[in-house]
Design a protein around this ligand. Structure first.
Ligand code: EPU
Length: 431
């Protein structure tokens, strides 16, 4: 089992570069399936979710050429199958975007049900199915396979989403890009990665307007033919490093970001007494005084992101006084609280709200990540804690954070990865 070992209590100082956005990349790579030509995609993050999706595309017949470590040429012009039922599909949540892409391109799709982070609750896809059905598809789910069939092509329709869903907005936007006629998605999600996907599709030849607002209008086109696109910086990776500096103290320049996307995170950190200075494409984060308590409620963009909830909850464990964090997006995203308790935190969860009593310090302990952002939060806890923290379940973290150890050690963290073969018990066995 691979683990991270952190000797906490070291302030972070220096500069860190933020990678391309995971949740944009995992939508844009399936979108390449719809393009009849070569897509050059720049600023792809080197994370395992991206590698898994690229492997899925390859198995479907895509030609992928590495231009450099962050840039790929993807050519899906020769793909002739609408079937993607590989085991790999079940590894990641974003594999469901392949449904929208294949439906848009071929008018049918047989796709294995998505996997991905499990926060302990159900992750339904009823809004995706409702939208595709309104666009003329007959959708069935049997034995873990989603099958969606149209007579020929999807037809444009007006779809009102009952919940603001990032996944449903993206999936319907994909299907609609090559549908016959015009689709309007009402009550659409407005996250930066929705806008990024729309920009990608438009630069390949689609006709999408209104992304970033609650009403997105997509005029179906007959073909998309290829082009260049550079993915936006990762809002949540940036927020995670901002929270890490707030937890340890120090001063870090977070580079290659869009400060506008970080406004709600910067705002909360300022309320907690952290200095955040916005520059053109970077932010400076500095913490040299105790943290104040605050109250946080996660909401769809432009609200405070649920994907930063575990990280801010961890910080609030170290703030003076009582704070509350209310999860407004997912039913159950507080599994990590039990791990923080092992480090001496004081958190009580009541339904969707965590009531956090600040403690003067956390103490290093053996703990386990249960999902990607929970893992990031535990890293922050370990960096800020007194003593040694050993984190299991780091495969979750590597799904979404590029080179986290290198980035943090370059800022002064005392952190390393150990693989099972490095552990003494295993060495003894081979001797
Ligand atoms: N929902 C439904 N029906 C649906 C779809 C969603 O009821 O058909 C509900 C969900 O149960 C949830 C809410 O709507 O309560 C929002 O879900 P959404 O569809 O927006 O989530 P998602 O698309 O499955 C993406 C991100 C998540 C992030 C959420 C919310 C990707 C690959 N995943 O998930 O990111 O938490 O949006 O912003 O983009 C992460 O990066 O760690 C992560 C989990």
């Amino acid at each position: 089992m691979t683990k991270y070992v952190i000797n906490g209590g070291k302030p972070l100082n220096g500069e860190v570069e933020i990678s391309g956005a995971k949740n944009a990349a995992v939508a844009i790579i399936p979108a390449a399936l719809m393009v009849d030509g070569v897509c050059r995609i720049e600023n792809l993050p080197e994370i395992s979710d991206v590698k898994t999706l690229l492997q899925i595309l390859k198995e479907m017949g895509a030609k992928i050429r590495v231009v450099n470590k962050r840039t790929l040429d993807i050519d899906c012009s020769r793909i002739g199958t609408s079937i993607a039922t590989f085991d790999m599909m079940r590894r990641i949540r974003a594999s469901y975007y392949i449904i929208g892409a294949l439906l848009g391109r071929f008018g049918r799709a047989d796709v294995a049900m998505p996997g991905g982070c499990n926060f302990g609750g159900v992750r339904p896809i009823d809004q995706h199915i409702k939208g595709f059905t309104a666009m003329g598809a007959n959708v069935t789910v049997r034995n873990g396979i989603v099958s969606a069939v149209t007579g020929d092509h999807l037809r444009g329709a007006t779809v009102y989403l009952d919940v603001v869903s990032v996944g449903a907005t993206i999936n319907l936007m994909l299907g609609a890009a090559l549908a016959q006629g015009t689709t309007i998605i009402e009550n659409a999600a407005r996250e930066p990665h929705i806008v990024d996907l729309a920009n990608f599709l438009n630069s390949m030849g689609a006709d999408i307007r209104g992304a970033g607002t609650s009403d997105i209008k997509i005029r179906g086109v007959q073909r998309m033919t290829g082009g260049f696109y550079s993915i936006i910086p990762d809002q949540i990776e940036a927020g995670t490093y901002m929270a890490a500096v707030a937890g340890t103290g120090g001063r870090v320049v977070i580079k290659d970001v869009i400060p506008k996307h970080l406004e709600c995170i910067s705002g909360k950190l300022r309320e907690m007494g952290v200095t955040v200075v916005d520059l053109e494409d970077s932010v400076i984060v500095q913490r040299d005084a105790p943290l104040f308590r605050t109250h946080v409620k996660t909401m769809p963009y432009p609200g405070f992101p649920t994907d930063m909830q575990p990280q801010i909850s961890t910080l609030l464990c170290l703030a003076e006084g009582t704070s509350t964090v209310t999860e407004g997006v997912w039913d159950n995203r507080f599994k990590f609280v039990d791990e923080l308790a092992k480090m001496g935190s004081s958190i009580r969860v009541d339904g969707r709200t965590a009531i956090i009593e600040g403690v003067p310090y956390l103490t290093g302990a053996p703990i386990k990540a249960s999902d990607l952002r929970a893992g990031a939060a535990l890293v922050i806890a370990g960096l800020a804690a007194h003593g040694r923290t050993v984190i299991e379940g780091v495969n979750y973290i590597e799904r979404g954070y590029e080179k986290m150890i290198q980035k943090l050690t370059s800022l002064g963290a005392d952190m390393k990865i150990i693989f099972e073969r490095d552990e003494p018990r295993f060495k003894k066995k081979i001797v």
